[in-house]
Each structure stands twice: as C-alpha cells, then as structure tokens.
Design a protein around this ligand. Sequence first.
Ligand SMILES: C[S@@+](CC[C@H](N)C(=O)[O-])C[C@H]1O[C@@H](n2cnc3c(N)ncnc32)[C@H](O)[C@@H]1O
Length: 304
Amino acid sequence: MILTTPQQPGDNSPPLTASDFQRLAQLVRREAGLDLPEMKEMLVYSRLVGRVRELGFSDFGQYADLLSRPGTEPERQRLINALTTNTTQFFREKHHFAYLAQEALPPLIAQARKGARLRIWSAGCSSGEEAYSLAFTLLEACPNAAQLDIKILATDIDADVLSQAILGKYPESALHKLPQTVMTRHFTPVDDHAWQVNAEARALIHFRSLNLIKPLPMRGPFDIVFCRNVAIYFDAATQDLLWKQLNGITAPGGYLFLGHSERLSSPTKEEFGLQGVTIYRKRPSAVPNDLGQSEASQGEPPCR
Ligand SMILES: C[S@@+](CC[C@H](N)C(=O)[O-])C[C@H]1O[C@@H](n2cnc3c(N)ncnc32)[C@H](O)[C@@H]1O
C-alpha cells in the first residue's frame, strides 16, 4: 500500500509505501526511541524525500535497504537527525527558571560555596537554549560559579543541533523576547543579525552526544535534571525506561523538570514528590538527621 504518492501527474517523486514506512519507523524506534505512528507519514516523507532523491533512489524501500546494511551508521545518524523535533527557546516555561532561582538553587549554591559539587543536566538540549538559560540563571544567583565546583552537562542525540549549541550563536529572531539585562550581560553581536553567548556562560557547559534510551555513560548524581519535551516523542514503554534512568542518576533531594505535557509514571513517580507544575523532587533516601536534613545531602556527594 502506498502511503504518500506523487501529487501531480508526471511527478516522479519517490513513493513511500506502508511497509517501507514501517521499516523506517522500526529502525528509528530501536535506535532513538522515537514513536512514529502511521499518521506521521507526511512528516517522515517531507523530512526524508530530499535525501532519498540525493542518493539517486527511486523509492523509500531502497533507502530502507541501505540503512539495513552494516557500516551505514553515519546514514542512520543522519536519519535520526532528520526525524527528531528540535523546537526550543530561551527560558521556555519561565516558571521552571523562577523556581530554580527562588527555591532549588539557593541551598545548592550555599553548599557549593562550602566546597560541594553542584551538577546540572540538560537532557535533550537541542540547539542549547535550555542549557544557556540554566547557565544565565545560575550566574545570576552565583556570579562566581566558575570558581566553584559547578558544571552543566547538556546532551542530545542529534549531532546537527549539538553543533549549533556548541557554537552558541543565535539569530536575532531567537533572542527578541530576552530581557535587555540578559542580552547585555551574556551576548555579543557577531554578525549582522546574530549574537553569540559570551565565554563566561559557555565555559560552564559541556555539550555531549548522548542517547537517552541507551545505558547512561555517566554516573551522576545530578542535583538538577531538565529533561523537557523529549519523552513526548517516545511510547509509554520507552518513557518508563527513561524515567528509570533519570531516577537512577538524580541525587536524593535532587530536582527533575519535565515538559508541560509530560508526567512521571509509576513506579518512578513514587520516588519523587511534586513541587510545582512538572517539577519533581526526589525523595531523600537516608533517614533525616537532627537538623531535618537527609544524611545523603550532607558533605561531599559521591564522585560523578
Ligand atoms: C523538542 S526538543 C526539546 C529541547 C528542550 N529540552 C526544550 O524543552 O526546549 C527534543 C530534543 O530531544 C532530542 N532527543 C530525541 N530523542 C532522543 C534520544 N533518544 N536521546 C537523546 N535526545 C533525544 C531531540 O534531538 C531534540 O533535540
């Protein structure tokens, strides 16, 4: 069955059949966790048709054949890059950053000033706006963050958006909603209509390629995890796997921020308390001491 056919008589666009769609969808689900039901056929078609033509193929089946061969990892990465949705913006869901500044960061920064480590992770960071918003919020609360043991890890599966994130260069259209104070402190104009994030904020962030559905390569724990608007592209089973991984890497008493339409599910949900809209806090695992603080949150956290 052909899902997407040429639109005009004489149009020789490569057709996408239901079985070729399934082959591509299965590959992308297996490799990246992305859920592509058949209703997404136009999205798949429009994002891949240029590549199918470029490779000289007359249909999507030939492209699926190519991807099934050993040694085609770079083409698979390209496929994943093409099928991820990377929509993001600076200070997206402002209430998360307000909560960070007012509630989550002050005690963590106080501990960092006494020598403790503070680790933040932007998981599924896209082109970097989320990670830089975290850095700006951190620098506002702790101007000497660079002198303390504070780091932000920012990761994504999509190599194309990661390159943009590392560059930290954005068109004016992406910046027009930012307060003037943030622009003045954290950006420098570099081209006619583009601005780059200053070295101070960039130095706090380490950008890395990372697939959230594979075993995590780092040990953590992280005090603050932003994993927003990533799980919505996964099916329920893959979301459960992701929640388990995020639970494992979040410090007791640490925070997990999800996207506006995402919710933790059981059994991970029971490990966290809800602090605000899509703001979760991991329950301390240790017995509270006399000060009402968890033993696990005292002193030097484990190596991460
Ligand atoms: C819609 S963007 C969200 C960006 C940012 N977190 C925000 O909320 O503005 C989703 C990001 O998740 C990434 N992503 C999708 N599947 C992933 C996976 N299996 N591992 C890591 N990142 C993934 C995509 O490449 C994309 O950049």
